[in-house]
Design a protein around this ligand. Structure first.
Ligand code: RB5
Length: 148
């Protein structure tokens, strides 16, 4: 699988670690920045990763900020993106099995290295189950352009 990874200044410490974890699992990971600790705005990097995922069929993304909240909020504005903020293994398993999430969001200030490694392994080893979940994911996809 090809992944794109991005962060903000509050997620940059753990970005290289997460990239290595995915590479060790046999994935190709393209780092879309940032590349130093200068303060940046997380929506800018969420946009970079989401655009790359949407432009390259069959790819997925990883977004890291302090809490993972801002990244997941920004990413889910993109039609076709299903970003899942995971702080534990159960969420990571369900994000893949039930929601067919295509972006994993992590919070560097929330989850430590050990928890994040476990989340990555769980995310990687669980596949979308389809079946009754497929119709629900399809309904999420159709919400993409909803306006009130
Ligand atoms: C940056 O200070 C912080 O607000 C950001 O990384 C993230 O946690 C936002 O959701």
């Amino acid at each position: 699988m090809r992944y794109f990874i991005g962060a903000d200044h509050a997620g940059i410490e753990i970005k290289a670690f997460v990239k290595k974890l995915f590479e060790n699992l046999g994935h190709e990971v393209e780092d879309l920045g940032p590349f130093d600790k200068t303060r940046v705005d997380y929506p800018d990097f969420a946009a970079k990763v989401c655009e790359a995922v949407l432009e390259n069929e069959g790819t997925k993304g990883i977004l890291i900020c302090g809490t993972g909240l801002g990244m997941s909020m920004a990413a889910n504005k993109f039609d076709g993106i299903r970003a899942a903020l995971c702080h534990n293994d159960f969420s990571a398993a369900m994000a893949r099995e039930h929601n067919d999430a295509n972006i994993l969001c992590l919070g560097e200030r929330v989850s430590g290295y050990g928890v994040i490694e476990s989340i990555v392994n769980t995310w990687d080893s669980h596949k979308f189950q389809g079946g009754r979940h497929a119709g629900r994911v399809e309904k999420i996809n159709k919400l993409g352009s909803c306006r009130i």
